[in-house]
Design a binder for this molecule. Sequence first.
Ligand code: SF4
Length: 295
Amino acid sequence: MAVPKVWTPEWNDWCPGCGNFGIINAEQQALSELGLTPEDVVVVSGIGCSGKTPHFFRLPISGVHTLHGRALTFAIGIKLSNPELTVIVNGGDGDQLGIGAGHFVNAGRRNVDMLVILHDNGVYGLTKGQAAPTLRRGEKTKSLPRPNINDNVNPIALAISSGYTFVARSYAYDVKHLKEMIKAGIKHKGLALIDVLQPCPTYNDIHTKEYYDKRVYKLDTEPGWDPIVRKPEEEGEKMAKAMLKSLEWGERIPIGLFYQNELVPSYEERIAGNAPSYKDRNPSKIRIEDGGKYT
Ligand code: SF4
């Protein structure tokens, strides 16, 4: 990827040791290894520490820093306007599963061909560490006066039940694994989620690098683990297995691919099925084997 000489990335003010560094490094490596050029890619973010991701790229991609919880809506508009683009959403669990939860769910119903990277740290880091949606009930991070009294959102189960067709988890300190997940998520046809376990060393003193290092294990080392739907009749069983696996949390925490189903038409294909002119304008990214079938 040729970098224009005029490109000057912004000064990065994430805290030392933040898991966001692993995420942005893996994201850039994935884009480079896929041979995507800057004009191919748009990175969209909301509000929070993760919202600064487009500013901190060392590659001159296009970025849009949007409103709190609304990154997905901007991203869908961008993607539908130009399906040739690779569109990636970066957002925290507060941004995407708190104020943005409605958009997170309804994006799944549409299965737009994009990648969502969830910076999952359990806290609102930008505003001094309040409990965010993935913090579990009974957990007390250092900013909380008392243990959290709310139950947590399970991003994997929520995404699968909402219609996401690629659902994976990775770990911000395993950059190689995360890079491979991002590449697979970009190549997937349909809406992809990667739930990234992202230590926030400043405000989350429970889910630290030391905590995750000894717990995470890779799903592809599990004998018989096969999360890919190859026939329509496999869908329900593979969804159920993935959701059951997403409940595993404690001494062992699985990372890797939980569920993938490319048999579901993307939203772009559904539109093209109803409006052939949409396909004519965007021929290379829309595969319609049976035009007009998708309603
Ligand atoms: Fe990272 Fe937490 Fe600092 Fe935000 S507050 S930059 S999430 S370490």
